[in-house]
Design a protein around this ligand. Structure first.
Ligand SMILES: C[S@@+](CC[C@H](N)C(=O)[O-])C[C@H]1O[C@@H](n2cnc3c(N)ncnc32)[C@H](O)[C@@H]1O
Length: 141
């Protein structure tokens, strides 16, 4: 399959997930998927999850990169494939108001959803940008 076609399929699926605010399989019958429990299983703590918007936790990740990143106050963080923003909001809490976190995602609906969450919860040190990892909408440094 060509790269362009793969990306189109990936975008369509994440777009649907963002619009429905659900990562349940659409053809698998009733869904009892608990996103918070899934997040805990892959390394996010209850304490961390309680301090970020619930809308950012969608059960899409594979691990907790923030737990390994050793972030410091005032740092600037770039999250590639940010989705609804779980790691962006966790990073924002760590770098604090003097730091900044940019989440990049190629799915427009995900970026819209994440920016809306940031606005609704009053995060001032967070921004989500539409773009591809292969051609980042971010300047050097
Ligand atoms: C598995 S989800 C993870 C989202 C988030 N990091 C989390 O843990 O919930 C992957 C996200 O990466 C985005 N993505 C996949 N390939 C990408 C690419 N080449 N450039 C930008 N975003 C991409 C998708 O749109 C999707 O929102």
């Amino acid at each position: 399959m060509k790269d362009k076609k793969i990306k189109k399929i990936v975008k369509e699926r994440y777009s649907q997930i963002a619009k429905e605010s659900s990562s349940c399989c659409p053809t698998c019958g009733p869904c009892s998927y608990d996103v918070t429990e899934q997040a805990k299983k892959i390394g996010y703590s209850k304490n961390e999850l309680e301090k970020i918007p619930k809308e950012a936790v969608m059960g899409l990740g594979y691990g907790n990169p923030i737990a390994l990143a050793d972030l410091k106050e005032g740092e600037t963080v770039l999250d590639l494939g940010a989705g609804a923003g779980i790691d962006v909001f966790l990073a924002a809490n760590k770098v604090g108001p003097s730091g900044y976190v940019i989440g990049v995602d190629m799915t427009e609906e995900m970026v819209k959803k994440a920016n809306k969450t940031a606005e609704n919860y009053g995060y001032k040190n967070v921004e989500f940008r539409l773009g591809e990892i292969e051609n980042l909408p971010v300047e050097d440094n």
